[in-house]
Design a protein around this ligand. Sequence first.
Ligand SMILES: CC(C)(COP(=O)(O)OP(=O)(O)OC[C@H]1O[C@@H](n2cnc3c(N)ncnc32)[C@H](O)[C@@H]1OP(=O)(O)O)[C@@H](O)C(=O)NCCC(=O)NCCS
Length: 185
Amino acid sequence: MRIQEIEFRLKDGRSAVLRCAGPEDVEGTLHYLRVSAGETEFILRYPEECDKYTPEGELAFFERFNDSPTDVMLLCLVDGVVAGNCHIAFNSTIKTRHRASVAIALMSEYWNLGIGTKMFEVMIRLAEERPDVTQMELEFVEGNHRARHLYEKMGFRITGVKPNAFRLKDGTMLNEYSMIREIKR
Ligand SMILES: CC(C)(COP(=O)(O)OP(=O)(O)OC[C@H]1O[C@@H](n2cnc3c(N)ncnc32)[C@H](O)[C@@H]1OP(=O)(O)O)[C@@H](O)C(=O)NCCC(=O)NCCS
C-alpha cells in the first residue's frame, strides 16, 4: 500500500522524509542494506549475505509492498540519502488477521536522531486504522538496548524469549525476545 510522504524534523534540526520506495531508490537501498549489515550484530544478515540482492530484486520488493492492499514499507531519506527503512505486514488468515508484524533498521550515521520514533508513530497509526488489528509484534536480539528502549517507549512489552536464536561468526549465542503492543479498540 502506498501512503503519502511525511516530512519531519530530526533531533539535529535537519529535515527528513518518510515515503514509499520507487525505482530511484534501488541503489540507495542496496547501499543501506550492505552498510547496515556490517554495523550491527542485531540484524539478520552479514554484509556478504547482501551480495544476493539485485536491483531487480529490490524493485520487486518495493512493488510487493506498494501493490499490497495492506502492507507498507517506508524509506527514510535524509539529504537525499536512504538512511534506512521500516515495514509493517498484516496477517491475512482469519485466525491471525488481528496481528501485524513490524521491522526497522537504519545505518548507524542516522541512529539516535528520532527516525525510529517517527517510523513507529506512523506504523502504529497504520495498525490503528485497520479495524481487525489488535496487536503489533516484533523481535529484538539480546543486547540491543537502543531498540528495546525505543520499543518499550512506543508501548511494546516483552512476551517471550527464543534461546540462542542468533549464532555469531565467533560462536557467541544470542537470545531473541518477542514483544507485543496491544491496539486498544
Ligand atoms: C534500533 C533503531 C531502529 C532505533 O532507531 P533510532 O532512530 O536510532 O531511534 P530513536 O532515535 O527514535 O530513539 C532511540 C532511543 O534510544 C535511546 N538510546 C540510545 N542508545 C541507547 C542505549 N544504549 N540504551 C538505551 N537506550 C538508548 C535514545 O536515547 C532514544 O530514546 P529517547 O527517544 O527516549 O531519547 C536503530 O538504532 C537501528 O537501526 N539500529 C540497528 C538495526 C537494529 O537494531 N534494528 C532493530 C532490530 S530489532
